[in-house]
Write a protein that binds this ligand. Structure first.
Ligand SMILES: [Zn+2]
Length: 92
């Protein structure tokens, strides 16, 4: 009979992983923070969102739309899905 030892050796790679070598976030507010800020605005909106082209943007070319109520912004594609969702919700 071979008796197994209870202590399992740590895998070499895990303990030697150097966290310092991971890429640092960009200067100022990171993209992720801005995304989270925007998400918080959208979540806190009294709704339904009223998406309009960003001020100064050409309405026919702007890729992002901003809600008049909460100032959260979404890509035009996302807004069109949101509007579809609203329409479907209302038709129930
Ligand atoms: Zn809104």
């Amino acid at each position: 009979m071979v008796s197994k030892t209870s202590s399992v050796p740590e895998p070499e790679g895990l303990s030697s992983l150097n966290l310092q070598s991971l890429p640092k976030p960009a200067k100022g507010k990171g993209l992720w923070e801005r995304v989270e800020d925007n998400r918080a605005k959208l979540n806190a909106c009294v709704g339904p969102h009223d998406f309009q082209p960003l001020p100064g943007d050409d309405p026919s070319f702007s890729r992002k739309l901003s809600c008049r109520l909460c100032q959260g912004s979404l890509l035009r594609d996302e807004v069109s899905w949101y509007m579809k969702g609203l329409a479907h919700g209302r038709s129930e």
